[in-house]
Ligand binder design. Structure first.
Ligand SMILES: Nc1ncnc2c1ncn2[C@@H]1O[C@H](COP(=O)(O)O)[C@@H](OP(=O)(O)O)[C@H]1O
Ligand SMILES: [Mg+2]
Ligand SMILES: [Mg+2]
Ligand SMILES: [Mg+2]
Length: 362
């Protein structure tokens, strides 16, 4: 910190006033503030991403079991949660974790548990016992809330996309006193450039509050590149992205909103928080998540990292009523309905259309 502050003071003496407010100064300060967290989270997300890819290649058809809420959960969801929680717990033993999965169903299924243990150990530098894996998974039962610091983890966001061999993401974020400070997302199937679907795949996206948003490819020699939202000033220059699953977001309302603002290109349909990534790096102008059910509460692990990515890439995010997303309400975003994430420039225009299409029903 001393070095950063000194470098900043030194730089200030030589730059014209207009440049004092440019981003690199804030970037180095904030990045330094969460440097260790970022390093550990990156390591955890990359190891969990490797585990997921391994599962898909070898085991996916044989190993899906059904949770009580009927959503598919695979050995990869459990394995990834065990790996990330175990790495986080070793580095930050006092930090609680809000994770999507728990071990309840796994405890009654010895054959599946054996596979999860073997998988977790295949990407860790240590060998966890079955009970240590169950304990690691259950480190994710924290309730969240307004005060203090905690992590939130979605070991596989977009499990349905994962099972289809499409997009999914390992999503980890750090929340301090209700504010998202760090987001790290591993997207093993996401093309590094969306315009080159047959090119290199596997992206790591990182954002630190006040420090910008970055992407690098999974290739070990890759370095972080700063990403920015699309500069489009007219909706017709861009397109929306939305969930593949019509049960997770209203595709008919999104089509009506697109027509309202004059978007003619079809929406990009993609599973998981990869949607936040493609808006943050400028591939789409906005991500719409429009409530289908009156009672569904969005989960904090489905949004925390993605929201920070959008803001740090220069975009704007709110819920479908125009409210700030509130990550201090516990495990869900119970004070919010839906999500609208845009490139910022188009935010007001898109929100006016959202209000006119869904305002009366949410
Ligand atoms: N009725 C509903 N409305 C909105 N989101 C829902 C939903 N039912 C499940 N989800 C969430 O949608 C997430 C996937 O989002 P998307 O459709 O954008 O890929 C799921 O995450 P998991 O796949 O981690 O369970 C799950 O938390
Ligand atoms: Mg799930
Ligand atoms: Mg999810
Ligand atoms: Mg999940």
């Amino acid at each position: 910190m001393v070095q950063v502050a000194f470098a900043r003071r030194g730089a200030l003496a030589f730059v014209p006033t207009r440049r004092i407010l440019t981003r690199p100064f804030t970037m180095s300060l904030s990045t330094a503030a969460y440097a260790r967290e970022r390093e550990v989270a990156t390591e955890a997300v990359l190891r969990a991403s490797k585990l997921c890819t391994r599962v898909f290649q070898n085991l996916v058809s044989a190993s899906t079991i059904e949770k009580k809420d009927k959503s598919p959960v695979t050995i990869a969801d459990y394995g990834a949660q065990a790996v990330v929680n175990s790495i986080l717990h070793e580095a930050f033993p006092n930090d609680p974790i809000v994770g999507e999965e728990d071990s309840v169903e796994l405890r009654g299924n010895a054959a599946t548990l054996d596979k999860v243990v073997e998988l977790a150990n295949s990407v860790l530098d240590k060998s966890l016992s079955s009970s240590a894996v169950l304990e690691a998974i259950d480190l994710g039962t924290y309730a969240g809330g307004k005060k203090g610091r905690f992590w939130t983890l979605d070991p596989i966001d977009g499990t349905k996309g994962f099972l289809r061999g499409e997009q999914f993401a390992v999503c980890l974020a750090l929340i301090v006193d209700g504010t998202v400070q760090l987001g790290v997302m591993g997207c093993p199937n996401l093309p590094v450039e969306l315009s080159k679907p047959n090119g290199e795949r596997g992206c790591l996206l990182t954002a630190v509050r006040g420090g910008g948003a970055y992407q690098r490819s999974f290739a070990s020699s890759s370095t972080d590149k700063r990403i920015h939202v699309n500069p489009a000033t007219s909706p017709s220059e861009t397109q929306f992205c939305e969930s593949v699953e019509a049960g997770h977001s209203s595709q008919s309302d999104a089509a009506a909103i697109a027509a309202h603002v004059g978007i003619t290109r079809p929406s990009v349909r993609m599973d998981s928080q990869c949607k936040y990534a493609v808006v943050a790096r400028g591939d789409a102008g906005a991500y719409l998540r429009l409530p289908v059910s009156a009672t569904y509460e969005e989960k904090i692990w489905d949004h925390a990292g993605g929201v920070l990515l959008i803001r740090e890439a220069g975009g704007s995010v709110c819920d479908a009523r125009g409210r700030e997303l509130d990550f201090s309400q516990g495990r869900t975003l119970k004070a919010n309905k839906g999500v609208v994430a845009t490139n910022g420039v188009l935010h007001e225009q898109i929100m006016r259309a959202v209000e006119s299409v869904v305002g009366a029903k949410i």
